[in-house]
Write a protein that binds this ligand. Structure first.
Ligand SMILES: NC(=O)c1ccc[n+]([C@@H]2O[C@H](COP(=O)([O-])OP(=O)(O)OC[C@H]3O[C@@H](n4cnc5c(N)ncnc54)[C@H](O)[C@@H]3O)[C@@H](O)[C@H]2O)c1
Length: 423
């Protein structure tokens, strides 16, 4: 429902009070972002800038939006995935917190892109993207908006890969900080956040018992490691498929079984893709899967599972549960696709726990501030989060957790910096 012209396009403004409660609840576990927000309110580092945020519209993202607004930014938001929006949050942002928001859970592709374009209509100065759809739109159909942009940030692995391709092809037109590359982002968000919330999404959608199941994880990157270790923690037998020999070896030595998807397909009970690529599960895999296999994706885009092939192979499709579609094969086997093959942790659960998004979004806020202050000296390209910011996020998180650590003595520091001392 369009509200008040520029205030956005959301499902239902009457959900706003529920959204406010959820946003406040999430803030309890986001102490680092709160500290940054308090400093931003005093120093106003983003004053006068219009910031277009294309992110999963969740309670944690709302807290980031409020921190950016506290820093003086004029924030406008849209969804970075058609199925990840929490409608009460979108309602609260637009109706209570004065952050125009264009996001409706379950929106079709046409509406999804109309929402991205609505945000670009505001001629933003900065982009904050998750998956690079906003940046790609800006560089293709909306190039006239590029002149107002000073820089941007990107949240996820897939977005960083796309941006690096754009930069390599000479197509990228402004500097972007790859927030995903911060240690305090991928080591925690991708691993522990995706690990926990992917199991949460599959559990909520199916009520499956993990203990004793064979779980096949495609991709042993940061997300895959987290999902595999959490699944094992729940008592599952874990199988990993990989295309990178080092990652495959790591999975073996971490105690998982490694094999090809062809071998894994007939033995798996639950399949999860987190490759960042396409068709990790393809037609020939569906043809040999067990009856009642559960198939889910937690990678950024829907293409990780070849759903068109599943449609072609099936003779019937029915809604088994709210987030589960059952495809019946010609031989009677049933394959259950969860959350339409979209990011299962966001579509069937609430995404990552707030405590982990605290660090990811602290990196976002500090990177936006860094870009605002330094953009004149930063050439077009894709940049890592400055190490000093990354370390600051870790220190603030430890402090918030009440944990202290050692510091090097002068003697220790001198030893580490020298080369003379040996055996
Ligand atoms: N669900 C979420 O909330 C969430 C959070 C963070 C990242 N992501 C997304 O998850 C995906 C993975 O992210 P990551 O940080 O783990 O990436 P990564 O690059 O660390 O790991 C991906 C792994 O998949 C492997 N791979 C690629 N194609 C494969 C194939 N066909 N079969 C088997 N393995 C294959 C690669 O070799 C690599 O080791 C990305 O799309 C990222 O954007 C999702």
């Amino acid at each position: 429902m369009r509200i008040d012209g520029k205030k956005g396009d959301i499902k239902d403004p009457s959900l706003a009070s529920e959204g406010v409660r959820l946003i406040e609840w999430a803030s309890r576990e986001m102490p680092v972002l709160k500290l940054i927000s308090q400093r931003f309110a005093k120093e106003q580092p983003l004053k006068g800038l219009t910031l277009a945020a294309c992110l999963h519209v969740t309670s944690e993202t709302a807290n980031l939006g409020l921190a950016l607004k506290a820093g003086g930014a004029n924030v406008i938001m849209c969804a970075s995935n058609p199925l990840s929006t929490q409608d009460p949050i979108a309602a609260a942002l637009a109706a209570v917190y004065d952050i125009p928001t264009f996001a409706i859970r379950g929106e079709d592709n046409e509406t999804y892109y109309a929402h991205l374009n609505a945000v670009l209509d505001e001629r933003p100065n900065m982009t904050m993207d998750d998956g690079a759809d906003l940046v790609a739109t800006l560089h293709t159909s909306r190039t006239q908006v590029l002149s107002s942009i000073i820089g941007g940030t990107e949240e996820t692995t897939t977005g960083v890969i796309r941006l690096r391709s754009m930069a390599a092809a000479g197509k990228l037109r402004y500097p972007i900080i790859a927030v995903n590359e911060a240690d305090t982002k991928h080591m925690f968000d991708n691993r522990y956040g995706t690990g926990q919330s992917t199991l949460d999404g599959i559990t909520r959608a199916t009520n499956v018992l993990w203990a004793g199941k064979t779980v096949v994880i495609a991709g042993y990157g940061w997300c895959g490691r987290g999902i595999a270790s959490r699944a094992r923690g729940m008592g599952a037998h874990t199988v990993v498929t990989e295309v990178n020999p080092v990652r495959a070896l790591e999975a073996v030595m971490d105690g998982h079984e490694v094999m090809t998807m062809e071998k894994a397909a007939p033995i798996g009970d639950i399949f999860v893709t987190v490759t960042g690529g396409m068709a990790a599960i393809d037609a020939h895999h569906f043809q040999v899967m067990k009856d009642e296999a559960l198939v889910a994706n937690s990678g950024h885009f829907i293409v990780e599972i070849n759903i068109d092939a599943l449609e072609d192979l099936s003779v019937e499709k029915r809604a088994a549960r709210p987030m589960v579609e059952q495809y019946v094969m010609a031989d009677g086997r049933r394959i259950n696709l969860i959350a339409e093959g979209r990011l299962v942790n966001l579509a069937a659960a609430e995404g990552h726990p707030s405590a982990v998004m605290d660090m990811s979004f602290a990196n976002q806020a500090l990177s936006a501030e860094y870009m605002a202050q330094n953009h004149k000296n930063i050439a077009v390209g894709v940049y890592d989060v400055p190490t000093e910011l990354d370390q600051r996020v870790a220190s603030l998180k430890l402090t918030a957790m009440g944990i202290t650590m050692d510091t090097l003595t002068e003697r220790q520091a001198a030893y580490l910096a020298g080369w003379e001392a040996g055996t």
